[in-house]
Design a protein around this ligand. Sequence first.
Ligand code: AMP
Length: 220
Amino acid sequence: MALNLIMLGAPGAGKGTQAERFARAKGIPKISTGDMLRDAVKEGTELGRRAQAIMARGELVSDDVVIDVVRERLTRNDVRAGFILDGFPRTVAQAQALDQLMDGRGRLIVVDIAVPEAELVRRLSSRLVCEDCGTNADASGVFTPTSCIRCGGRLKQRSDDNEAVIRERLRVYRRNTQPLVDYYGRRPTFCKIDGAQTADRVAADLSTAIEALSAEGGVA
Ligand code: AMP
């Protein structure tokens, strides 16, 4: 059976980093709506032109637009063995659309990565991302990294990682995305992970939790 996974959690919770690690370990694609939208902005497509200003303000791109992007992405062959969605769904309407898209694809495991807000702000204001491959780097230590550990590319601050936009993104998260914890919370395939630990510890907890859920329901 396919391993279908979604990562919930606030901006800065580590969803992208963990999704990337897990996807690589399992050989399934990580599908990040944020990355897809940023690519569209870079390429100057119609989608990118529509999303650019909204993303710069830290608001959400409309449900219809993002649902179409995900629907199209899930038609590709590489998702047959499963996928990890990162940054989608972000609203109850998107979660309902995803439930419909999941019809006939097997179960959906939902992981919520929980991190206190002060820690989220600290992480977001000190994170750098690779201009080439999008890998995150932590710049909160004594030495600021200058190049990507994965591909050697140049690191820069994400344009929406400034204080005003961070506050807005966290507000949007509380209002629109946190209700998803109630939406999914009572499902037997839901689990919560403590994200305020090192990336290695979070990854270990994540794998244990997913293995347990997969074993219970015969997902993987
Ligand atoms: P992320 O990289 O996941 O933090 O996403 C960056 C920005 O892309 C968000 O602040 C939103 O403006 C937009 N975005 C990404 N995913 C979604 C989504 N599922 N629904 C609406 N907007 C999204």
